[in-house]
Design a protein around this ligand. Sequence first.
Ligand code: ADP
Ligand code: MG
Length: 322
Amino acid sequence: MNEFALIDRFFRALDTGGDNVLLGIGDDAALMAPGRHAMAICTDTLVGDVHFRTSDDPRDIGFKSLAVNLSDIAAMGARPTWAMLNLVLPRFDAAWLEDFCRGFSELARQYGVALIGGDTTRGPLTVSVQAGGAVDPGRALRRDAARPGQLVFLSAPVGDGWLGLAVAEGRYQPSTSDGEFLLDRLRRPRPHVAEGMALAGLAAAAIDVSDGLLADLGHVLEASGGLGADIVLDRNALSPAGGRYVDSGGDIASLASGGDDYVLCFTLDPARRAECEAACAKAGFDPVEIGVITEGGGVQACDRAGRRIDGSAAGFRHFGDD
Ligand code: ADP
Ligand code: MG
């Protein structure tokens, strides 16, 4: 099968159109109509045997490659509308492609995201997705909007992505049900799109937790001019499975600095607390308050007993400090 037949067979069905899509897959470029809103645009690449095992279930690879991008769109407070897909495949494998598309489209359909184009080439397995979403620019959630005195929240507990990887690599053996839950969180992260849209125009700064909470909150502090944050991570900031990991002697610092959570970390003017609680309840989630923004000094984290959580090794880096 040549690449044109492949595109017709596998990708055209994912081109579901939408508000701004005048022309999707099939021409030299997609044609998008400028809408009333600003467009949030992002891209994220998953490399085989770096971000996933090439032997992983292709449905999970398809799902996660879109999920990590929709998470970035969510972190801007935008509504995702379209995606592009650049696939580098070692060989043509119809069964693999079918499953990959099934995972990708499961999420795309859920959020009404149209696949408007992409590229297909041969080489070491790599999946690169671009995504776009609409947001009123005055309501977008930017990293540079944190201010001293704002409260810091999570849209959901952190640590499950890192723990899921520990389970996948055989470094942590929890109960069967916790193991299944954590692997699912690693392989099929749910982008917090409804959460981000509910927070647009309400929260101040936001970021999605992909490199680890301590590192990602640090990015917000830096972007906002070199601020600090005092945070306390207790059981509320962990899932029940994460809590059981800590109970069994696990280190909470790993959960605070591991990556792959894809929840949102956001800051809020305390005067808007009640308004925020109402908006979050309406969107069906219960944010976790973890601390407050301070004048400077980066992230200072401790556990409920007041013990310092050391985030010095925080966050995943591809290139270390070189
Ligand atoms: P060109 O040679 O002009 O760059 P291609 O042959 O690469 O065009 O692609 C033909 C059409 O198929 C384009 O509209 C492109 O966006 C789409 N396409 C190619 N690969 C993919 C893919 N993996 N997913 C979605 N659309 C794709
Ligand atoms: Mg062309």
